[in-house]
Design a protein around this ligand. Structure first.
Ligand code: ATP
Length: 244
């Protein structure tokens, strides 16, 4: 990976009318690393991802990729620059098959240069990462389990050839074994491909096991930022903010 892939999230402030959802939030991120963004309901985690991907325009702060300023840019431009946002709720198109859902990612990715680390994803490659999807390739997406839907949206995002993957609550409602499978793929992607992952999670314990770095938000502000292992070892912080 090179500096052309470096994501910078600096001093973001975002408001919804009178509500300040984020205040001066900076998040460390790096090619080949997973950053976990943690905190309770309403801490501002979803707003953070929406601000990075252009769905919310920040009142202050800066988002850039490889030195290219993307602050307040249109979501389409941010996606085309290589930032893929997988929102909470597994937005598969249920009427379409697994194959057709994946093809939508490939269409978007066709115009992108190869992403971080020189790795280009194709359909066979993502099916190797998620073998369960290969078995269901021609089935409508509404026949998939929650875990398979999550795999499908991650696979589809990879086919857009991103250098940055933003994931909102991928573990929500999934069995621990499925969460482990999905997090193991994220680790593979960062280790092998030099992709940058920013992972929003309420499941702080699991997220800190896979992440390199963690950021804890409370009421829109950063209350802690450190190596994931250090955050996981901080009992007072865990009890106050992380629920484990
Ligand atoms: P959750 O896990 O529940 O999504 P979160 O940490 O992602 O929580 P956000 O959804 O970013 O938090 O919400 C941060 C704050 O902004 C909360 O006070 C929330 O009520 C408020 N908020 C979020 N979206 C809107 C909106 N569209 N309009 C007004 N206020 C909003």
């Amino acid at each position: 990976s090179t500096s052309t892939d470096r994501l910078e999230i600096e001093g973001l402030t975002a408001t919804y009318g009178p509500v300040t959802a984020l205040e001066d939030v900076s998040v460390p991120a790096a090619p080949g690393a997973i950053t976990a963004v943690l905190g309770a309901n309403g801490a501002g985690k979803t707003t953070l991802l929406r601000t990075v991907s252009g769905l919310v325009r920040p009142a202050a702060g800066r988002v850039s990729l490889g030195g290219r300023d993307l602050t307040g840019a249109e979501p389409e431009r941010i996606a085309a620059a290589g930032i893929a946002h997988v929102p909470e709720g597994r937005g598969v198109i249920t009427e379409l098959s697994v194959e057709e859902n994946l093809r939508l990612g490939s269409l978007l990715g066709a115009r992108r240069p190869t992403g971080s680390g020189g790795r280009r994803f194709d359909t066979d490659g993502v099916l190797e990462l998620f073998p369960a999807l290969a078995e269901r390739f021609r089935r409508p997406a509404d026949t998939l389990s929650g875990g398979e839907r999550q795999m499908l949206v991650v696979a589809r995002a990879l086919l857009t050839q991103p250098s940055v993957l933003l994931l909102d609550e991928p573990s929500l409602g999934l069995a621990p074994r499925v969460v482990s499978q999905i997090f193991a793929v994220l680790r593979d992607l960062t280790d092998a491909g030099g992709i940058t992952v920013v992972l929003v999670e309420q499941n702080a314990r699991s997220a800190l096991q896979v992440a390199d770095t963690g950021v804890v938000l409370s009421l829109g502000r950063v209350v802690a930022v450190d190596e994931a292992s250090a955050l996981a070892a901080d009992q007072a912080l865990r009890h106050a903010y992380l629920g484990f």
